[in-house]
Design a protein around this ligand. Structure first.
Ligand SMILES: [Zn+2]
Length: 275
């Protein structure tokens, strides 16, 4: 999970989510928004007409650009990423069409998370009435709610949550853990340590680097070897800084904690073999 800075200004709001104006799609969304607030719940059957409003193309496109077509939680790229509600619409129905509540998630994370949303304080209830000041702030309420009910699940768009990402600990095999309660909760809720998928894919990143270094050490010597090793390190760092790459949190962790040790390990192995 990495920090994603979402621009919440009116200019960046996907047009179909606008609270006012004559745009046909935003009016359709506004109708559903008013309906769920009036009914005091998000419908549980015949939801297509409601669901389609947060799946409008402009919303998907804005999220895809922001997230570089990767899941907000696990950073996997998937062809059909889903628009996901950080605060589930089953309880927070009035936030079903709020820009600061819409994230992008893969089917695995979204499927595991479902309607889970544990909070430490008192869970927020709807205090919005159409036309009120709070109604006008519907795209900017997360910050307010975060202090009131203290969610356990980390939100990649929340800078305070992003400050906790340093508590995620990775191993070279791609597994992850944490001593921090909220990080731990996020790993469990979204299955971020899934052995057969995520852990394996992340582990392959280190394996690939190790293989490349091994080949260099095996095939070259002296200045040429040093040059090629430097190139491999620079390449790895460049990928760790490329927003289009998957698993950036892990790649950056490798750069910080494993990279130099890995190079030394490979070099020493070769020296040991030639003695
Ligand atoms: Zn995911």
């Amino acid at each position: 999970m990495i920090h994603i800075a979402k621009d919440l200004s009116d200019q960046s709001l996907p047009p179909s989510l606008a609270l006012t104006g004559n745009y046909r799609k935003s009016q359709a969304t506004q109708q559903r928004r008013l309906a769920v607030i009036r009914d005091g719940r998000y419908p549980t059957s015949n939801t297509t007409n409601y669901d389609n409003r947060y799946r409008y193309e402009d919303i998907k496109q804005a999220l895809n650009t922001l997230y570089h077509q990767k899941c907000a939680y696990c950073e996997s790229r998937e062809r059909r990423l889903q628009v996901e509600h950080y605060r589930p619409k089953s309880h927070y129905y009035w936030l079903a069409y709020s820009w600061d509540n819409l994230l992008l998630a893969c089917s695995a994370c979204n499927g595991l998370k479902k309607h889970e949303f544990e909070v430490r304080g008192r869970r927020a209830t709807c205090d919005i009435t159409p036309g009120s000041e709070a109604f006008g702030l519907l795209h900017h309420l997360s910050e307010q709610y975060n202090t009131r009910e203290q969610p356990m699940l980390l939100n990649p768009e929340n800078p305070q949550d992003a400050a906790l990402f340093i508590h995620f600990v990775f191993a070279k095999d791609g597994s992850m853990s944490s001593e921090h309660a909220r990080c731990q909760h996020t790993i469990t809720t979204c299955g971020l340590n899934e052995e057969r998928t995520l852990r394996l894919w992340r582990g392959k990143i280190v394996e690939k680097l190790r293989k490349r270094l091994n080949t260099i050490v095996f095939r070259s010597t002296g200045a040429a070897r040093m040059h090629r090793i430097k190139e491999a390190i620079e390449d790895f760092i460049a990928h760790a800084n490329d927003d289009d790459e998957m698993y950036l949190a892990f790649r950056r962790y490798v750069v910080m904690y494993f990279l130099s040790a890995l190079v030394n390990e490979v070099m020493n192995q070769q020296e040991g073999a030639t003695v």
